[in-house]
Write a new protein. Sequence first.
Lengths: 152, 258
Amino acid sequence: MSAENYGIIVTLPGYDWQTATPEQCAIHTKYSNPLVEVGKTPERYGTFTYQFSASVAAGTRTNILTVDHNLGYVPMHTVSWSHDFLGAHAGFGVEYGEGNCDVVPAPYNYMDCYTTSTQFKIDYVTDPASGGGEASLAPFTFRYYIFSEDGL
Amino acid sequence: MADYGLRASQKGYDVQEASDSQLLFSSSWPLLKIEQQGSFNTNDVTVAETVYTHNLGYKPFFIIYETTDGTSRYATPLFDGTQFGVNTTELKFFGSYFRTGAKTFYYYIFRLPLTTDYEAPIINETDTTRSLIDNYGLKVTKQGEDISSTDMRDYVIHSSCRSPMVHKVDNGGFTFNGTDYVFSTTYSLSYLPWIRCFFNYADTIGTDTTYLYPYFGGNGSTYLKSTPGSVEIHNASGPFGADPLNATTVIFKDPFTI
């Protein structure tokens, strides 16, 4: 099928479809949107809570979530997380991180979030020199999307 | 203005009962439209260079992945010291502060201005249960793709999918509270939504200041706090030793807890 000049434009309220820019449209078929297929097993989006039961040794990788998406290609994804910091960082309240971020109390312990052609994973990685640990027993909550778009 | 428009629910939900976040789309707010996506390779991550010239005339929402090892990692700056930013014409790689050698990235640029304030209306926040099992819906392919395709990458919208829906874009300056630089935003959603933020430091491409990923989770020095209805970005100091100038908070209708 050839790429003809046709499609659908749905403007936001108050804009004329004949003159609206793509930014003034809810949908413009010239531009695709990151889509997450719903109803799959397991779902390709969700919220997940993980609580450490003890401190983690330095220099280790702990898998805390694996989702088998089986898309056959490495997909685009997003992850954000929240954590109620305790101890030395009490007072920060519930903090939100995005993707591969370090987490307190040690600056080089981090959440490693990534996709392969079959899986989406979140690993907690402790730095060899950090002395280890996620000493906080407050739960981490993750929110993720695995999109049907290329991430590679 | 007359009350008309177009909306479609995700498959299984009655469109007249579905909450805003259970919709596939509504003409009352925008989806996150992809302007450009592609790979970026560098043989020396210490060298800054232009990734893509978008020429949109505004600073667009963007997402970066690191793909060097054949996986796709949601790239935030502290992970390996790499930093990307946008101005009104370019997506730029600013280099890494503590890595060397070659790296590969994958980028997305979206048709969403980071410095134009926007807020969508709220039509219905009460979720309904998935009750319809009929196999019907709405699907629109990308230009040139076959409508019978089972690969969702071929579609602009599809009733079997959900897509991030923009609720609010808020751009403004930081204020110093004696300890931190703080940027505060309020929003009218009754639940905690998915939120993304961008910082504007004094780093420039020419004279055009750029918007960058912040260092969230940076050992407490930069962090985001939110309760339903408000969000605060705190920054003790800029990651380059500079104080932040402005920030943008992008709030989606998608709940943080699904």
